[in-house]
Design a protein around this ligand. Structure first.
Ligand code: MN
Ligand code: MN
Length: 427
């Protein structure tokens, strides 16, 4: 497609008439539409940021329709005029994922098998009832986690036999390096829910190395020989995996710490990260961000930004030069446009439980389009967080040169913040 064709694609839909100015240009059509049964309900369900009312006869939908779904996707039903080309969809809702329900809780996952764009990362949502245990297990990939509700006890053992056990609550994180065995147990009156993120798009939570599965698939005489005990010791090993199962609440944390630290002590760098003990990396009038990467959480090889955007605020236009971005929406409503080279741009809407994915170096913004705070996570399969914003790019390039490209005048360029704003407005 030539640049000229792209322009055409953006501005013109039929007969050389701008799609959005169709009514304005033909008063006859306006009169005709006014007397037609316009699909007003559908239009009221869409929140239009451009002020366009979408009453053009060319924009009517004659059906079939899915009004509930369309109401959640206003930027797909009526894309901004700046959208163009074949940018593939970059969202998958957890609400569409298969849910495995067990007596101790449930889990569901979004991997590259569900979401083709998500090549380098995958995510899992899990709920554990009070006392419910995600069975002792390990996997190849590192596991980065974010608690979304309740509290949990987490355990792990490293390659030197050093132990980790701690309790985490809503907003806290953990990181289990690849190959390190671990467990999670719901605490309190109603257990917990959390998000797991893996630096492998092909990850599969339903096929991890489980303690019960391994022992069940080992001859009993080998188990007996391994520990020099009678075979009967293993009579109660279950004939199938436990995976997620209900059991009693754990003993007091101090008691369990004391027991597991015996001989080798604790892991040198804790696998838990308590976000409420960290000051925000940046605060503006538009919101705040906490960046958690190897600089403040040494075990991690997965970097993350926890972003809060106030109503009307926006995570500014930027890209990440070093990694793909995996997103998870926790609270609020957003829209995001992803631009890619060759004039491709698409805008999609995001709701709690949605996953977003942006290939390395593709620029994007995330706008809070709701009436409440937007909380979302940016997660990267790399130890160090990096980004470049449009603002800092233009602010640190000769203003003469930038002005020759975009004709804004140099006064505008002189006023751009010299430090990265991250979330606009700055003041
Ligand atoms: Mn795991
Ligand atoms: Mn980003």
């Amino acid at each position: 497609m030539t640049e000229k064709d792209n322009e055409k694609d953006k501005l013109i839909s039929t007969d050389g008439v701008s799609r959005r100015s169709f009514l304005g240009k033909t008063s006859a059509a306006l009169a005709a539409v006014a007397s037609l049964p316009i699909l007003a309900a559908a239009q009221q369900q869409t929140k239009d940021l451009s002020g366009d009312t979408h009453t053009g006869v060319n924009e009517r939908e004659l059906g079939p329709k899915n009004p509930a779904l369309e109401a959640q996707e206003p930027d797909s039903v009526y894309p901004p005029e700046t959208d163009a080309g074949g940018q593939p969809p970059f969202k998958y809702p957890f609400a569409m994922a298969h849910k495995r329900i067990e007596a101790g809780g449930w889990t569901r996952q979004v991997t590259v098998r569900d979401f083709p764009l998500s090549k380098k990362m995958a995510g899992v949502e899990m709920r554990l009832i009070s006392g419910g245990v995600r069975e002792l297990h390990w996997h190849l990939s590192a596991e980065w986690a974010y608690m979304t509700a309740g509290s949990a006890r987490i355990t792990a053992v490293d390659q030197k036999g050093r132990a980790f056990v701690d309790d985490v609550k809503e907003g806290d994180l953990w990181l289990f390096p690849g190959g390190v065995p671990h467990s999670i147990q719901g605490l309190g009156e109603d257990g917990c829910q959390f998000l797991l993120v893996f630096s492998d798009g092909n990850f599969n939570e339903f096929e991890t190395f489980l303690l019960t599965d391994w022992l069940h698939h080992t001859p009993k005489e080998v188990l007996a020989k391994n520990f020099n005990v009678p075979q009967s010791t293993f009579d109660n090993v279950p004939p199938r995996e436990r995976f997620i199962f209900p059991t009693q609440l754990p003993r007091p944390l101090a008691e369990e710490k004391k027991q597991v630290y015996e001989a080798n002590g604790p892991v040198p760098n804790t696998f838990a990260f308590f976000t409420d003990k960290m000051q925000p990396t940046k605060v503006t009038a538009g919101g705040s961000v906490k960046i958690v990467d190897r600089n403040n959480f040494p075990p991690t090889d997965i970097a993350a930004a926890i972003v809060t955007v106030r109503p009307g605020g926006m995570r500014e236009m930027h890209w990440h030069p070093n990694a793909d971005e995996w997103q998870y929406y926790v609270k609020g409503t957003a829209r995001m446009t992803v631009f890619s080279a060759g004039g491709h741009a698409r805008t999609m809407d995001f709701h709690p439980g949605d996953v977003g994915y942006i290939d390395q170096s593709l620029p994007h913004y995330i706008e809070n389009i709701g009436d409440t705070d937007l909380l979302f996570l940016e997660v990267f399969p790399t130890p160090e967080y990096q980004d470049i914003s449009l603002g800092e790019w233009l602010a640190h390039t000769p203003s003469r040169l930038v002005n020759e490209h975009i004709g804004t005048g140099e006064d505008f360029l002189a006023k751009i913040s010299r430090t990265e704003v991250v979330i606009v407005p700055e003041k």
